[in-house]
Write a protein that binds this ligand. Structure first.
Ligand SMILES: [Zn+2]
Length: 301
């Protein structure tokens, strides 16, 4: 596994690609390679991790800049910034590379050497996924179950990698196996689109008694057919008949979480707005809410 993986090549985008292009391409690839879409195939899982790692770097302005600089330099081999997504295979490859580099050996600090001791407790892997959520859940918060896969201790060998002096057939000596997991995710009210939730200790289990990694879920707000969120406010285009626009009158409308009866004024024009205070999205983490803004649109006859 090369130390300077070309994340642009992995995603198949140009170095000058915009964030929108990168996101679009990532979502296409993630869909194609997601283990769930490939009957849990190992190869798909690995591809998915590589793609996710590339996206994690390229979707973050700061990380992308650092990566661009590092990649250009291509100086001494180092662990890629996406190492949080590495899997046991990668870790083993890395170890072989290091022990093969006798010239480098003296430069390796002692604590780093210890990491390659197979008995040394190692922290589990952080896992990052995108979670598609309806606009109302993102705007108002909520709790929902999320299912994924993570590395857990192999029970066949009790995490030792061997059974009766032989390599454990269940984990092939890796001490960990992939298993399904489900967590209850609490979405805080009013989070921004693309906000990353960190769920402590729900990532991969550690090796040799090391602590587990974390689960990182990036919130992706799904487009709503009628509502549009702009920060704490939610806009809704409401069609009204020409008669109602001309003479005015009551109208029942649906907001994020309620049904309201509003008064349409006589002589209302397309594009006119009516603000319903406190019925929009939650203002981050709190109980206060923004406005629900009705935008009238007069229907054609
Ligand atoms: Zn095992």
């Amino acid at each position: 596994m090369g130390q300077t993986k070309n994340h642009y090549k992995i995603l198949g985008v140009k170095k000058s690609a915009s964030f929108a292009d990168i996101k679009k391409r990532y979502r296409e690839l993630a869909k194609k390679h997601h283990p769930d879409a490939n009957n849990g195939s190992k190869k798909a899982e690995n591809n998915f991790k590589i793609i996710s790692a590339a996206y994690t770097i390229l979707s973050d302005k700061k990380k992308r800049k650092e990566y661009d600089q590092t990649y250009q330099r291509k100086s001494q081999p180092r662990r890629p910034p996406g190492s949080a997504w590495s899997n046991p295979e990668e870790e083993f490859n890395f170890r072989r590379e290091r022990t093969g580099q006798h010239g480098d050996f003296r430069q390796t600090p002692p604590e780093e050497e210890q990491k390659f001791d197979p008995e040394f407790p190692t922290r589990g892997f952080d896992l990052q996924f995108m979670i598609d959520l309806p606009l109302s859940t993102v705007a108002l918060g909520g709790t929902l179950p999320y299912s994924y896969e993570k590395y857990v201790k192999c029970l066949d060998c009790d995490g030792t990698g061997s059974v009766d002096e032989n390599e454990c057939p269940a984990c092939k000596g890796k001490r960990l196996v992939v298993a399904p997991a489900t967590v209850e995710v609490k979405i805080p009210p009013g989070v921004a689109d693309r906000y990353t939730l960190r769920i402590n200790n729900e990532g991969g289990e550690g090796k040799n008694g090391g602590p587990p990694g974390d689960l990182l879920l990036q919130v992706c707000m799904q487009a709503h057919p009628r509502f549009k969120r702009v920060k704490d406010d939610v806009y809704a285009e409401i069609p009204i008949s020409p008669e109602l626009a001309e003479h005015g009158g009551p109208l029942e409308i649906e907001t994020l979480d309620s049904i309201q009866t509003i008064q349409v004024e006589d002589g209302t024009l397309t594009g006119e707005e009516l603000r319903l205070p406190g019925l929009g999205a939650a203002i981050l983490w709190g109980k206060k809410r923004g406005d629900f803004v009705v935008k009238f649109k007069i229907e054609e006859d």
